[in-house]
Ligand binder design. Structure first.
Ligand SMILES: Cc1ncc(C[n+]2csc(CCOP(=O)(O)OP(=O)(O)O)c2C)c(N)n1
Length: 578
């Protein structure tokens, strides 16, 4: 019988799971693993902050559909994962996160670099484990991967004490899983599916409200079939973008707070809402009792806890979206819905109103994103941070395929997008990848420029530089009487109190992003004129190296349409007040 150490078992188990890439950062409690990794076949990407590592694993998972794997040491290494775990948990992303832990005998003694990471992460992981015996390690790893990727996916954490990594046991990788308390229901109730088909066949003004769950269950083809067969318009959530080709005439784009006019008005006037793999998030519904107020509601979701959680549903169907849509498509009838579609077309025209610019002196974010869209024909893989640029990226890029838009929808994590793009590029070597960032968000995980440079990742980093924490400034402008409190990124002590007009005259306190990129050995350019937008983007896309583009955009450009917080979807603010 050959005995392996816990660290060797870790590596062998990951081979069995087909893992190819680990995003990891070393430290005292995981040195035994690093010692084994020294001779291993894994690609190991070292971020420059553990938060960067877990977001990279997340971007890898969202863009490839595989499980993302990250590894950190105990204590601060482990706690640096918290934001990344919560981000993945809220958006149902499969990740297995490994953390080192102090030796078993020292647990609970406030030992050096001890943190109760299983306690800390209980509410933000799908499941977590503290490995107490090396003999359990391979079984736990097998279970963790199973839990992370099945049912409603999510992050699972495995905490391994250092002495468990050093102890020996026989290596047996189990063939079977035995988790009596965990049995996701994939099938969907047949009678309910028939009910749903009947409701669809009878409806005049139906709308499909499709969420990230459609992408997760790889059900885009089935969604298209349903929409096309029955002529039903489709709106998607932020994390659902790409589930339905936005260049299709049935696409309504995104719904919700910054959704399109046609999507929000279609929902408000629908007689039937078909919610698929979506969870009635408050940014989507606005005021709950007026959301789809005249509609019968069908809700298809793998997670029974989501059905009826926020909104009462007429026809609940719990199960795998792909399987359910496959059955549903057989019983749904072809139908002409041209009157309803014509009405929606009229609402579409209102979008033009929202996109009128305040000031034409500086670059418009819309122009930049539309240029990216044209140059890449909706084929690029795009990540964003959180803020106005995130909403512009959702509104102006026309996503054509699933797994092409990676953004923190549920938690809204600034600092997510740039490191996530690292994982996206690593997992999709031949794809054109864009990391779109605000000048505020980019500074939250800016250290990953080193990871990009070292690994020669040909990322296109685009900064929408407005000198502000733009989205917060927009709220202060619209709802707090333009009292710009702590949103100016150029502000310093010598500024006049109450200043609300930062501009080119201000001292520079945000870093010069071009110089910063160059300090890491990354090519970079600042763009200030409209005619420079396309050539700069082309140069970046065609370059085999990473490239950072710093676009100086209009400081006070806002995102419209906007449903004011707590408002109804049919009460959008369409444009800037005169
Ligand atoms: C970690 C984190 N802290 C704070 C916030 C709150 N927040 C949401 S948007 C935003 C401003 C983002 O500014 P920037 O990255 O410059 O993007 P812009 O809105 O200007 O496009 C802030 C502070 C957040 N979402 N995440």
């Amino acid at each position: 019988m050959t005995l392996l150490t816990g660290a060797q078992i870790f590596v062998e188990s990951l081979y069995k799971e087909g893992v190819e890439i680990i995003f990891g950062y070393p430290g005292g409690k995981v040195i035994p693993i690093y010692d084994v990794l020294y001779d291993s076949k894994f690609k190991h990407i070292m971020p420059h902050h553990e938060q960067g590592g877990i977001h990279a694993a997340d971007g890898y998972a969202r863009s490839t559909g595989k499980v993302g794997v990250c590894l950190t040491t105990s204590g601060p290494g482990a706690t640096n994962l918290v934001t990344g775990l919560a981000t993945a948990y809220m958006d149902s992303v499969p990740i297995v996160a490994f953390t080192g832990q102090v030796p078993r005998a020292m647990l609970g003694t406030d030992a050096f670099q001890e943190a109760d990471i299983t306690g800390i992460t209980t509410p933000i992981t799908k499941h977590n484990y503290l490995v107490q015996d090396v003999k359990d390690l391979s079984r736990i790893i097998k279970e963790a991967f199973h839990i992370a990727k099945t049912g409603r996916p999510g992050p699972v954490l495995i905490d391994i004490p250092k002495d468990v990594l050093q102890e020996e046991a026989e290596f047996v990788y189990p063939n079977k899983i035995n988790l009596p308390g965990y049995k996701p229901n994939y099938e969907g109730h047949e009678l309910q599916i028939k009910e749903a088909a009947k409701a669809i066949n009878e409806s005049k003004n139906p709308v499909i409200y499709s969420g990230g769950g459609v992408i997760i269950s790889e059900a885009s083809d089935e969604l298209r079939e349903l929409a096309k067969k029955a002529n039903i318009p489709v709106t998607t959530t932020l994390t659902g973008l790409g589930a339905f080709n936005e260049r299709d005439e049935l696409s309504l784009g995104m719904l919700g707070m910054h959704g399109t006019t046609e999507a929000n008005l279609a929902i408000s006037n629908a007689d039937l809402l078909i919610a698929i793999g979506s969870r009635f998030d408050d940014r989507v519904t606005g005021k709950l009792d007026t959301f789809a107020k005249d509609a019968k509601i069908i809700h298809i979701d793998i997670d029974p806890a989501e059905v009826g959680k926020r909104k009462l549903v007429d026809i609940p169907i719990v199960g795998d979206v792909k399987r359910i849509l496959t059955i549903l498509n057989k019983v749904v009838e072809e139908k002409d819905r041209s009157e309803w579609l014509a009405l929606i077309d009229n609402w579409r025209k209102l979008d033009e109103v929202s996109q009128v610019r305040k000031d034409k002196k500086k670059l418009s974010p819309k122009e930049i994103i539309e240029a990216i869209d044209e140059l890449t024909q909706g084929e690029a893989l795009i990540t964003t941070e959180v803020g106005q640029h995130q909403m512009w990226a959702a509104q102006f890029y026309k996503y054509t395929k699933p797994r092409s838009f990676m953004t923190s929808g549920g938690l809204g994590t600034m600092g997510y997008g740039f490191p996530a793009a690292v994982g996206v590029q690593v997992g999709n070597k031949d794809s054109v990848v864009f990391a779109l960032a605000g000048d505020g968000s980019f500074q939250m995980n800016v250290q990953e420029l080193a990871t990009v440079a070292k690994n020669k990742l040909p990322l296109n980093i685009v900064i929408f530089n407005n000198g502000y924490l733009g989205m917060v400034r927009q709220w202060q402008e619209m709802f707090y009487d333009r009292r710009y409190s702590s949103v100016c990124l150029k502000m310093q002590e010598s500024c006049p109190p109450g200043c609300s007009s930062p501009g080119d005259h201000c001292p520079v306190t945000t870093p010069d992003f071009v110089k910063l990129a160059e300090a890491y050995g990354i090519k970079a350019k600042r763009i200030t004129k409209a005619e420079e937008i396309r050539p700069a983007l082309e140069e970046a896309i065609n370059s085999p190296h990473p490239y950072l583009l710093d676009f100086i955009i209009e400081e006070e450009e806002n995102v419209f349409p906007m449903v004011p917080p707590g408002g109804s979807l049919d009460n959008m603010v369409l444009k800037e007040e005169a």
